[in-house]
Design a protein around this ligand. Structure first.
Ligand code: OXD
Length: 317
């Protein structure tokens, strides 16, 4: 993994490439930094790149990246990166620790909006109506099921327990973690779902997790339970979800991610009264938060040391 000569870093981001590039810290004699914001700019520059620091890099350009050895992802998920076109020799690194603090606030904020009956009070206020009959519930004592127990899932689990919730986890390994009262393996998913007041999907999208929440999983949930998806749209069979929501087989869904993004205007999820749609903002990437992770790894790369946060490409995360 030792690098020789100036290392060429290509920073790719549709809107903020310059900001990410401006925060790259490395001796200029050892590193050159180029920025690209469009696929055509990237097509012209990718052949020179040793390192890619990127958000949703166009996969069709990987075959031209003959020098490429390392990609640092700017986002939480790496499914867009782990494509066939990416040569085996390329190391992929993630940015753990950054997204959990954002996403735990998103999840608990929306869970609280349900238990605090916020929508009902706001609607009543618009009608100048005193709804003393609508009583909030306590989040404490309710059960949150986390499907996915990586650093983000565990950050959510810790915060939920801090509010007195019971936390059950579901993961591939079933390994116990401090942030959950109990952990099930994936094949026991439905057993966990049956106990949930809130189900939070925060698993990576892999062969094993694609369409994990289909008709059978939704049927295992209680009619009072809410589904919160902050992972990937394709973790859920959207047609089955729409059917379950329409039939009120579950209470509702808070959805930040979708099979197709932006969610098409004609999609039925927009108009269901038991659905909240947010535009994939639960864990935003910001250059100042990702930069220390990249800079630490870049220093390691220049020193010929092992990179941190390396993705297991066979596992998919
Ligand atoms: C993602 C992200 O990976 O929002 O989707 O970070």
């Amino acid at each position: 993994m030792t690098a020789r000569g100036p290392v060429r870093v290509l920073v790719y981001h549709p809107d903020e490439a310059r900001e990410y590039a401006s925060l790259v810290r490395a001796p200029r004699a050892r590193v050159t930094v180029a920025t690209c914001a469009t696929p055509s700019e990237a097509a012209a520059a990718v052949a020179e790149a040793d390192v890619l620091y990127a958000w949703k890099f166009p996969p069709e350009l990987y075959p031209r990246a003959m020098r490429l050895r390392w990609v640092q992802a700017m986002g939480a998920g790496v499914d867009w990166l782990l494509v066939q076109e990416l040569p085996e020799r390329v190391v992929v690194t993630r940015a753990p620790g950054v997204f959990g603090p954002w996403m735990r606030e998103y999840v608990l904020g929306w869970c609280l909006s349900v238990t605090q009956r916020m929508e009902a009070y706001r609607a009543a206020q618009r009608e100048r109506c005193w709804r003393g009959d609508v009583i909030p519930e306590r989040l404490a004592g309710k059960t949150l099921v986390l499907v996915g127990l990586g650093d983000i899932g565990r950050a959510i689990g810790a915060a939920a327990r801090g509010l007195g919730m019971r936390v059950l986890g579901v993961s591939r390994s079933g390994r116990r973690v401090r942030e959950a009262d109990r952990v099930h393996r994936l094949p026991q998913l439905r057993r966990a779902l049956a106990e949930a007041d809130f189900v939070v999907l925060v698993a990576p999208l892999t062969r094993e997790t694609r369409a994990l929440i289909g008709a059978a999983a939704l049927a295992a949930m209680r009619p009072t339970a809410w589904l919160v998806n902050i992972g990937r749209g394709a973790l859920v069979d959207e047609a089955a979800l729409v059917a379950a929501l329409r039939a009120r087989r579950i209470a509702g869904a808070i959805l930040d991610v979708f099979e197709q993004e932006p969610l098409p205007p004609e999609h039925p999820l927009w108009s269901l009264d038991n659905v909240v749609v947010t535009p994939h903002i639960s864990g935003p990437s910001t250059a100042p938060e990702i930069a220390p992770i990249f800079n630490d790894n870049l220093a390691r790369w220049l020193a010929g040391r092992r990179l941190r946060h390396v993705v297991d490409r066979a596992r998919g995360y």
